[in-house]
Design a protein around this ligand. Structure first.
Ligand SMILES: Nc1nc2c(ncn2[C@@H]2O[C@H](COP(=O)(O)OP(=O)(O)OP(=O)(O)O)[C@@H](O)[C@H]2O)c(=O)[nH]1
Ligand SMILES: [Mg+2]
Ligand SMILES: [Zn+2]
Length: 293
């Protein structure tokens, strides 16, 4: 029996970095619930091939979910780096889904604002100060020119890069891991949309110690596994106002004398955050209704 760390997942297969080398593995049984970053025990079936016999208990797991299935990003993480950029532009709904997923999994998160070399970045940087005020540090970098601000943050830690297509996650990996040689592509201007160049999650060892995980850009990010209490708790800035609504069981939707709504009106809570909370709660409630019908 060998042990190792999962460094890539694709379909039913995963690549495991074991002491004897890289092993192409399949999971045992029907359910292949293996995530990048998992520590596993495997049995060799032929040189270079094996079967994962067991996944060791995880410290944490970052994942998203729709009503029917869950999709793993990565496991055993020290931090989540949510990447954004002025080109293709801030997707604030997605940003918040990423931050909520990380908070719910109890993993610290930061925002990486990439493409510092673009003129439009300054305005976005100023806007993101509101997120810094909540609890999410913003690190301004240019994958093409200077990634030094990320180095102290990454050293010795396991980090995952998540975010929509085209923000430069793989370009960041290429800048930070000299031998990564990740395939990147120009944004397809003709389609006015980012091309999904990364197709599977992959872990790279950092030269200065630690690991960096690249993930495919996502458009959808369901969080159906989070119930009303989980959701509320995943917005740390709500905390000072909880228990101050007129109704003890206020869900902060349309109830009168809602302390969260009041805090949003007076500028203490960012409107986009309350909106994200309400959207996520509505999605969950719609799914619950369907299930009970
Ligand atoms: N100007 C500028 N362009 C950048 C920078 N970083 C990345 N890009 C460009 O942004 C585009 C998308 O970069 P990728 O690294 O492929 O983006 P990604 O986030 O990995 O995208 P997916 O794999 O589809 O999720 C490419 O054309 C890169 O050259 C940067 O710092 N400045
Ligand atoms: Mg990529
Ligand atoms: Zn309320």
């Amino acid at each position: 029996m060998e042990t190792g760390r999962v460094v890539a997942t694709f379909g039913k297969h995963c690549l495991v970095q074991a002491e004897i080398g890289l092993i192409d593995c399949v999971g045992r049984g029907r359910k292949t619930d293996i995530a990048c970053g998992d520590r596993v025990e495997l049995k060799l079936t032929s040189p270079g091939n094996g079967v994962v016999e067991q996944v060791q208990p995880r410290r944490n797991l970052l994942y998203r979910s729709d009503p029917f299935k869950t999709k793993n990003f990565a496991a055993n993480l020290d931090q989540v780096l949510v990447v954004t950029a002025a080109e293709p532009g801030l997707n604030e709904d997605l940003l918040n889904r990423c931050l909520v997923a990380a908070r719910a999994a109890d993993i610290p998160a930061c925002i990486v604002l990439n493409k510092a070399d673009l003129a439009q970045t300054a305005e976005l940087h100023a806007y993101l100060k509101a997120y810094e005020a909540i609890a999410y540090p913003v690190i301004l970098v240019s994958a093409k020119h200077d990634v030094a601000p990320l180095l102290p943050l990454l050293a010795g830690k396991t980090s995952v890069l998540i975010g929509p297509s085209g923000v430069g996650k793989s370009t960041l990996v290429n800048a930070l891991v000299p031998e990564a040689d990740v395939r990147t592509a120009e944004i397809s201007r003709a389609l006015n949309a980012g091309r999904h160049t990364t197709t599977h999650t992959r872990l790279y060892e950092l030269p200065q110690g630690g690991a960096l995980i690249d993930s495919p850009g996502m458009q959808e990010f369901g969080l159906h596994h989070l119930g009303p209490d989980d959701l509320q708790a995943a917005f740390p800035e709500f905390k000072p106002f909880l228990g101050r609504c007129r109704f003890y069981n206020c869900r902060h939707l349309k109830e009168p004398d809602c302390a969260i709504a009041a805090a949003t009106a007076d500028g203490s809570v960012l409107p986009a955050r309350l909106k994200a909370y309400r959207t996520l709660l509505a999605e969950r409630q719609a799914a619950d209704l369907k299930r009970h019908r």
